[in-house]
Design a protein around this ligand. Structure first.
Ligand code: IVH
Length: 757
């Protein structure tokens, strides 16, 4: 048998190279199927040879476990912000003043060189700032900026970013410790897909790619993050040991980081005067719309790093750099019509149909008008010339009308009159929700709603029923083949194949091949796991993440419908409220009585694993549950209601019984269950959080300080005071070799068995 270690190394290198080609250069050289085959081979080899596993393997990018909360990391070198120049207010004059201020500062300190200063202009990506730490070339930890001094440790989430190198390219002067600084972002196309999914799930869309990125990085479950194709640019360093490894200029730094394997900006400009900088900033403004990701400005940086120290810093920003912010792009166009879209729940959303206009890199012909009140507030009328703006440069918004361009016949928009009091899809009755600004079609049989519900069931991430969507969904509903979404499980080839997707005059037949493909997808969906089904059923408040959380603690759909756990979540909430009111009334007896109730509920929830004590900052109290009372209530109410009861009956009649993955089914795989670990010092083979993940994957617990309850202290280099605590209490200490041996002997089967390929 060939040496597995050599093959494993080769596969890892190859896969990372493909990752880079795919995600960074958008120029893949292998098909998805070939990539998957290589990935699977690596996964199988690592499973067969656990001792050869390594945190820098591409297989480790996904599959981490959900965390209780984030631990905090102190940035040894603070993560500063930037002072701004604004295109509108400051312009080229602002750039000149900035250059002069830096020159003056250097002159004052006798540090101004004879030759002109050089500057590097880089794109300012509108994402989320992060810091990445590499030890001996291996990615160990990553963190958010936080307040600049301390951030959240989000290593597991960052690992899912395919363009983030887990291991750096070999280099003669690779520093022992290298912290790099950069920006994580979501490409525009991925953002649009994510929002389409959010909308289809009845969830609020993200406002812009930056919000979506921040929201993704805050997820406690790396599995969820791995489904969001985040990307990365790096542009600076934090702590580097030895410091001498870092090139002398910003442009050299960028080139060096690229050689080490980091994604860096390729559009940068080396300038030698304020004029050149102004030209570069303008050039960037013209090019950035083609980047495929959001930029909100340029960053102007003094190129020679040695001079930066002399120019200095304010408390929050370097004095040697500026962000130059572009004005958001606006355009004028004519509002041709207002159409109304019918959503899955019958909500009627007004949409602006515009004379197509080019803004920030794409042609806009539609924009949402949100709701009736927004239209009234802005007095938007059909025929008006409107100003549209890409807020965050992706979502087009109608910001105002141009009153002087209003045609004489334009009349104020009247939502109900516009619809003639009827749903535009089914002609059914409509009403305005008194609580919200939305109009709703009251006809549950409305075909538009039926189609939306079917599309929801069929979408990616739900049942993934390839081929059902758009016109096919329309026709399935129109012909009565599908009345409610689960009817797709009663479809057969002979009825689907002849479906006419065209018109009577111009027929376009669905066809046998397409029908077979579609029915195969439907057949596959029967055995999808519970999490996917919970998502697909469009239960109020249950999106992808919540579906996943629920499925981890319930074996079947019935178990969710009658969940004692969810009832306990509600009971816990009620008891907390009662406790608060007893406290405010200073009713000590009631407090004591409720406390007993609370303890009992918490004990039950802790026993199931659905709730736990935490001191982490995300908890609003000392005890948190996987989902909160709002979700618990929505889920239980849904299954008590007619719609939910009907779904349960249908599923049972169709003999579809999706299964969840409950902790109770896994005791044999949890050799470290009940054991509490503390990790201290630096481990050579993995970061502390990776070590924690490995322990948790085997059922163990990881806490922050050594107490009598600690079973083992895992001590790497420079263990510090925790070693003294352990010695004082008599806690067994594992050095790195002993820890690795323990992991290996405890690992009866791969800990990361649920890779989404
Ligand atoms: S340099 C000490 N370069 O902009 C220098 N920042 O408004 C600090 N950003 O917090 C930052 N692209 O999140 C730098 N090419 C770039 C950048 C960049 C985006 C972000 C970064 C920073 C924020 C400041």
């Amino acid at each position: 048998m060939p040496d597995p270690s050599a093959r494993i190394q080769k596969l890892r290198k190859e896969l990372e190279e493909h990752n880079r080609r795919y995600y960074e250069q958008a120029a893949p050289t292998v098909s998805d199927a070939d990539y998957d085959a290589l990935f699977r081979e690596l996964l199988e080899l690592e499973e067969a040879h656990p001792s050869l596993r390594s945190p820098d393997s591409p297989t480790q990018r996904v599959g981490g476990r959900p965390l209780d909360g984030f631990t905090q990391v102190r940035h040894t070198v603070p993560m500063l912000s930037l002072d701004n120049l604004f295109a509108k207010k400051d312009g080229a004059e602002g750039i000149r003043k900035f250059i002069v201020s830096v020159e003056n500062e250097l002159r004052r300190r006798d540090a101004l060189p004879a030759e002109p200063l050089s500057w590097l202009v880089e794109p300012k990506v509108d994402g989320v700032a992060i810091s990445l730490r590499y030890e001996k070339g291996i990615f160990t930890t990553g963190a958010t900026r936080g307040d600049g001094e301390t951030g959240d440790e989000i290593t597991a989430n960052l690992r899912t970013i395919r363009s983030l190198p887990l291991r750096l390219n070999a280099s003669p002067n690779l520093p022992d410790v290298l912290e790099v600084r950069g920006e994580v972002y979501l490409p525009n196309a991925a953002f649009e897909r994510l929002n389409a999914d959010q909308a289809a799930a009845g969830e609020d869309p993200f406002v812009n790619p930056r919000n979506a990125t921040a929201g993704s990085l805050k997820q406690l479950d790396p599995q969820v993050v791995s489904k969001r194709p985040l990307s990365l640019f790096v542009y600076g360093t934090g702590l580097v040991e030895p410091e001498s490894a870092v090139p002398a200029t910003q442009s050299g730094l960028i080139a060096w980081l690229r050689e080490l394997g980091f994604p860096t900006h390729t559009h940068t400009w080396l300038c030698h005067s304020a004029d050149e900088i102004a030209a570069a900033v303008e050039a960037l403004d013209n090019e950035r719309h083609l980047f495929g990701f959001e930029t909100d400005g340029a960053v102007i940086k003094l190129n020679p790093r040695a001079l930066r120290e002399s120019v200095g810093f304010t408390s929050r920003a370097p004095k040697w750099a500026r962000a130059y912010k572009y004005a958001p792009e606006q355009a004028r166009t004519v509002l041709r019509a207002i159409t109304i879209q019918v959503g899955r729940t019958g909500s009627l959303t007004p949409v602006a149909e515009l004379e197509p206009v080019f803004v920030s890199g794409s042609t806009i012909s539609r924009a949402t008008l949100h709701n009736e009140d927004e239209i009234r507030r802005k007095d938007i009328r059909v025929g008006d010339t409107v100003v549209i703006e890409k807020a965050g440069e992706v979502i087009p918004a109608v910001v105002a009308v141009v009153p002087e361009a209003r045609p004489p016949h334009a009349i104020p928009f009247d939502f109900a009159a516009h619809l003639d009091g009827k749903c535009p899809a089914c002609g059914g009755p409509i009403r305005r929700d008194p609580q919200f600004a939305v109009w709703i079609c009251e006809n549950l049989g409305c075909p538009a709603q039926k189609t939306r519900r079917l599309e929801y069931l069929a979408k990616r991430g739900a049942l993934d029923l390839e081929g059902i969507g758009g016109i096919v969904a329309d026709k399935l509903v129109e012909t009565g083949l599908v009345d409610e979404p689960l009817d797709v499980f009663t479809l057969d080839h002979d009825r689907v194949a002849p479906l006419n997707l065209g018109t009577e005059a111009e027929p376009r037949v669905f066809g046998s091949k397409n029908a077979t493909k579609m029915l195969e997808a439907v057949a596959r969906a029967r055995s999808l796991p519970l999490a996917r089904w919970l998502h697909a059923l469009a239960i109020p408040e249950v999106g992808e993440t919540t579906a996943f959380d629920l499925a981890r603690f319930h074996p079947t759909l019935d178990a969710v419908a009658h969940s004692a756990i969810l009832q306990d979540v509600l009971a816990l909430h009620a008891a907390r409220e009662a406790f608060k009111s007893a406290r405010s009334q200073k009713d000590e007896d009631a407090k004591a009585r409720i406390q007993l109730d609370l303890d009992a509920i918490e004990a039950r929830l802790a026993h199931t694993g659905f709730g736990r004590e935490t001191k982490k900052k995300t908890a609003d109290s000392g005890f948190v549950t996987e989902v909160g009372p709002v979700i618990a209530k929505a889920v239980l109410e849904y299954f008590q209601g007619a719609a939910g009861r009907r779904v349960l009956e249908r599923m049972s009649a169709l003999q579809i019984d999706p299964r969840g993955e409950t902790p109770a089914e896994k005791p044999a795989l949890q050799p470290l269950a009940g054991k509490t670990f503390v990790i201290t010092g630096t481990l050579a083979s993995m970061g502390r959080s990776a070590a924690g993940e490995r322990i948790r994957a085997l059922g163990g617990n990881v806490t922050g300080s050594v107490t009598k309850k600690t079973d083992y202290l895992v001590a790497g280099e420079n263990g510090g005071s925790k070693l003294e605590d352990a010695a004082a209490i008599g806690t067994p200490v594992l050095d790195e070799a002993a820890f690795l041996a323990l992991l290996q002997t405890s690992d009866p089967q791969p800990a990361q068995g649920t890779l989404a390929l």
